[in-house]
Each structure stands twice: as structure tokens, then as C-alpha cells.
Design a protein around this ligand. Structure first.
Ligand code: C2E
Ligand code: CA
Ligand code: CA
Ligand code: CA
Length: 277
């Protein structure tokens, strides 16, 4: 049953992206859904490639819809951005994720990563929202990572750079998500206060079969090391890929082969299983 939930999310996404008719009705419900507790956060473990231990978890939002079932973020994040609902949504995710992270510290310390969307970066209020969440949950900022995509940093470089500097000043870690899929120059890596790159899973899932993907992953790992950044491989689906990443000296790994995203109350078991493996 546990696997079933994750599989359904993964399978539901493409249909929802195509289903334009459903979206406007859905979006009218989102505010009420958040208030009713239907918007929940799942967590996917991030593993230290060298030690094999879990060091953090990425917060991934879902909508437990009473009629449509468990909806993945691709079903409602783009529309939430268009309809101005992304700020309350991000606040909800920050609140859940930082509350969980504060709980984890007592038992098995882990960091938490939260995804920001392009709209969040263009709204200076994001800085207050992150600061408020840190204070509300009395969380050490170094335990919190914020993930932004390469493209979102490029949309309005001046504005997003200002927001990123203010976020970095709070003491949180900033990562570039889906690294390698954008068209940005490498110059911004020097200009922005970024500490981590997440290699897009399209390269990682192909690592074993494709020389080109292996070359790309290897060079992103090297680039990260030379720039003093840490590097995460996303989309690790099997042990063989993990071994290759270890040889390349990639720092962290994330993927279905290590652990799927699960509800907060199941993360503990998943972490225990990975640590023991
Ligand atoms: P992402 O940030 O790149 O997150 C990773 C996505 O890849 C997740 O999908 C995760 O379930 C999936 N994934 C992880 N490991 C594997 C693997 O080994 N193989 C495959 N095929 N997939 C894997 P999910 O949860 O559907 O999220 C999709 C995207 O939605 C995320 O991509 C992120 O960009 C966005 N997102 C998720 N939660 C939030 C949120 O709270 N706020 C915002 N703004 N965006 C979010
Ligand atoms: Ca992410
Ligand atoms: Ca990711
Ligand atoms: Ca990604």
C-alpha cells in the first residue's frame, strides 16, 4: 500500500498537466483545501553517498483531493503561481516542513529542503515568510535548504539575486535544482550565494547506459568541487548508479532506489531502513 501511494502520484501527474478543463475548478478549491488540511507534505530522504546515511529530506507537496485522489505538485503548482496562491501555498509547506524538521532534531537529526517557485523569488515577502517560519519553529537556519531552479533564477536576475542574498543572510542553504536543464551561463554561480547543485534526474537516471550522461554528471560533480559547492544527484533508481556516483565523489543522492517520498509519519521507518542497509 505504501508503494501504491507514491506510484499513484507519479502516474497522476502527466494526466493532470494535460487536463486543462479540470484546472480552473480545482484552483478555486485550493484555498479551502489548504484550510481543510488537504494539502500535505511528503518527504524524500537525501543520502550521503559515502557513508550511506540519511542526512536530510526534501519536502514535496501533495493535494489529497476528496474526489481526484492524491495530486502531485505538477497538477496545481503552475496554476497556483498564475492565480496568486503560491505565497500561501509556500507558507504552508514551509510551516509543515520546518515543524517536522524541528521534531526530527530530538531523535535523528536531519536537514530539510523546501522548493521555491519563480513567483516566490520575485516577491520580497518570501524573506519574511522564511524568517517567520524559522522563528516559529525555533529552528537553526543551517538545517534548512531552499531549492530554486536554474530557470527561476534567470527570469529576473536582478530581482531574484536580491531575494537570494536576503535569504542567504538568514543562514539557510541555497541550492540550484534541476541543474543542467536550463540555458543559463555559469557566471551566475559566482554571483549568487548558492551552496549546492542538484543534478537533474534526466542525467542521473541514464548514468549507467549513456556515456554522454555520465560525462555530464562527472563534469557537474567536478565543477561543484572546484567551486566549493556540494552536489546532489537526483533520480537515483538503482544500486549500480549509486556505486558510479560514489566513484565520481558525488556528495549526496536522492531517488526512488533509495527511498520514495513518504508522509511525515513514515519517514522515520524509511530512514532507519536506509541507515541499516
Ligand atoms: P523536484 O524538485 O525536482 O522534485 C523531485 C521530483 O522527482 C519529485 O516529484 C519526486 O517524487 C521525483 N523523484 C524523486 N526521485 C525520483 C526517481 O528516482 N525517479 C523518478 N522518476 N522521479 C523521482 P514530485 O513530488 O511530483 O514533484 C515534482 C516537482 O514539483 C518538483 O520537482 C518541484 O519542482 C515541484 N514541487 C514539489 N513540491 C513543491 C513545493 O512545495 N513548492 C514548489 N514551488 N514546487 C514544488
Ligand atoms: Ca527540488
Ligand atoms: Ca529535486
Ligand atoms: Ca529536480
Amino acid at each position: 500500500a505504501a508503494r501504491g501511494v507514491a506510484d499513484r502520484v507519479a502516474r497522476y501527474d502527466p494526466r493532470m498537466e494535460l487536463g486543462g478543463a479540470l484546472a480552473p475548478e480545482l484552483m478555486a478549491e485550493l484555498g479551502a483545501a489548504m484550510a481543510a488540511g488537504q494539502v500535505v507534505v511528503h518527504y524524500q530522504p537525501q543520502v550521503d553517498v559515502c557513508s550511506g546515511r540519511v542526512v536530510g529530506a526534501e519536502a514535496l507537496v501533495r493535494w489529497q483531493h476528496p474526489v481526484h485522489g492524491l495530486l502531485g505538485p505538477n497538477a496545481f503548482i503552475p496554476a497556483a503561481e498564475r492565480t496568486g496562491q503560491i505565497r500561501p501555498l509556500t507558507r504552508l509547506v514551509l510551516d509543515h516542513a520546518l515543524a517536522e524538521c524541528a521534531r526530527w532534531q530530538a531523535d535523528r537529526p536531519l536537514s530539510v529542503s523546501v522548493n521555491l517557485s519563480v513567483r516566490n523569488l520575485l516577491d520580497p515577502a518570501i524573506v519574511d515568510d522564511v524568517r517567520d517560519a524559522l522563528e516559529r519553529h525555533r529552528l537553526d537556519p543551517s538545517l534548512v535548504e531552499l531549492e530554486i531552479t536554474e530557470t527561476s533564477a534567470m527570469v529576473d536576475q536582478a530581482r531574484s539575486a536580491t531575494a537570494l542574498r536576503a535569504l542567504a543572510a538568514l543562514g539557510v542553504t541555497l541550492s540550484i535544482d534541476d541543474y543542467g536543464t536550463g540555458y543559463g551561463s555559469l557566471a551566475y554561480l559566482q554571483e549568487l550565494p548558492v551552496q549546492r547543485l542538484k543534478i537533474d534526474r534526466s542525467f542521473v537516471s541514464d548514468l549507467r547506459r549513456s556515456h554522454a550522461s555520465a560525462a555530464i554528471v562527472r563534469s557537474v560533480v567536478d565543477l561543484s568541487q572546484r567551486l566549493g559547492l556540494s552536489v546532489v544527484a537526483e533520480g537515483v533508481e538503482d544500486d549500480e548508479t549509486l556505486v558510479l556516483l560514489r566513484d565520481m565523489r558525488c556528495d549526496l543522492a536522492q531517488g526512488f532506489g533509495l527511498g520514495r517520498p513518504v508522509p511525515a509519519d513514515r519517514l522515520c521507518d524509511v530512514v532507519r531502513r536506509i541507515d541499516a542497509h
